[in-house]
Design a protein around this ligand. Structure first.
Ligand code: ADP
Ligand code: MG
Length: 325
């Protein structure tokens, strides 16, 4: 009969199993207790330090390659929003704070909680927990690494998990106190804290953030609110929000699949969009590379209710490709 193990023992064994067998080897039953989390993080840190030299070089190469992706400098935030949407968050809050002369980018979301396997996937480039999930937008396990353009140390808080990722090394971090109106440490929310490099200009970031607009959320599954607070101020510098005004199922000429038509509205300006979405059957000869393929794939277009909006192509979030009509 198996002996009854403490949470700490189970945490240590779970970390060893993830490290030695990989994330796909089986489900980890994560009790989300401080004892389990603390022991698992300590064990991961220990195991990582003992990575054989040549594999360490491979991992460093992977990290560099993921960080070097040719994306605009603030793109990492888009990846964080996409991850929050994969975790069914409805709200993403962003702030920049100065502590001891250094600026920190804070992002909080109310999506599903961090579990042990996420710790490994967040730490190592090219490791993803999403390849078997056809609806999740992530696939390659490199999105988060594009935050490397903005800063080197990323600390993640989602009780009982508190850890810092520096480059591709994970280590335990201390818990964070609540930030009034921004992050409630007693909740199941997740807070990401990125130490920004010198040279980060809040004004440039705020301009970029304002520019992505509420329309950036048109094709997301659950995120409907995206707010940026300024340094040392409680007032939002930019607040993107969409509300669902109505939804109905309609029939589109030439398509057998039912179409769901949703009207979305930006409350601040009254701008509206009509989003038409069908779950199109995927031809059986097609499959996605390195990603589970479902029987159907969602295809959607949104038509702005105002005539001066330009067209954009999205894959969940805007791809930065405009279209002309
Ligand atoms: N906010 C988060 N909470 C929990 N896990 C996360 C979060 N963001 C990322 N992850 C984990 O880190 C992995 C890597 O994220 P990312 O680099 O964006 O790649 P991808 O989304 O393609 O998997 C994800 O597969 C997921 O397991
Ligand atoms: Mg991602």
């Amino acid at each position: 009969m198996e002996s009854i193990r403490s949470d700490a023992d189970r945490g240590r064994l779970a970390a060893q199993s993830l490290w030695q067998l990989g994330l796909d080897a089986g489900e980890i039953d994560d009790p989300l207790t401080p004892g389990f989390a603390r022991a698992a993080l300590a064990e991961l840190e220990h195991l990582q330090k003992r990575t054989p030299g040549v594999l360490r070089e491979v991992l460093e190469g992977a990290q560099m390659s993921a960080e070097q992706l040719n994306v605009e400098s603030f793109h990492g935030l888009i990846e964080v929003v996409q991850n929050a949407d994969d975790l069914r968050a409805s709200e993403v809050r962003v702030a920049v704070r100065k502590t001891g002369g250094q600026s920190v980018l804070l992002v909080a979301h109310n999506g599903e909680r961090v579990e042990l396997r996420h710790v490994v996937a967040m730490t190592l480039a090219f490791v993803s927990t999403k390849r078997d999930d056809p609806r999740a937008k992530g696939r390659f396990g490199i999105g988060l690494k594009s935050l490397g353009r903005l800063g080197e140390r990323l600390t993640v808080h989602c009780a009982p998990y508190h850890f810092t990722i520096a480059g591709n090394q994970v280590s335990a971090a201390s818990a964070k106190r609540s930030i009034v109106g921004f992050y409630d440490a007693a909740s199941t929310e997740t807070l990401l804290e990125l130490q920004l490099r010198p040279g980060f200009e809040f004004e440039d970031f705020a301009t970029w953030f304002s520019g992505i607009g509420s329309e950036s959320m048109l094709f997301l599954d659950t995120v409907r609110s995206l707010r940026l607070e300024g340094p040392g101020q409680k007032r939002a510098v930019a607040y993107h929000r969409l509300i669902k005004v109505s939804a109905e199922t309609v029939k589109l000429p030439g398509h057998a699949e039912p179409c769901s038509r949703t009207t979305l509205r930006e409350p601040r300006t009254g701008r509206t969009w009509e989003r038409y979405e069908i779950d199109k059957r995927v031809p059986s000869r097609l499959s996605r590379r390195y990603k589970a393929t479902a029987k159907t794939t969602p295809i959607a277009i949104a038509i702005p209710g105002q005539s001066n909006d330009s067209g954009q192509i999205y894959a969940g979030l805007p791809l930065g490709v405009t279209t002309h009509t």
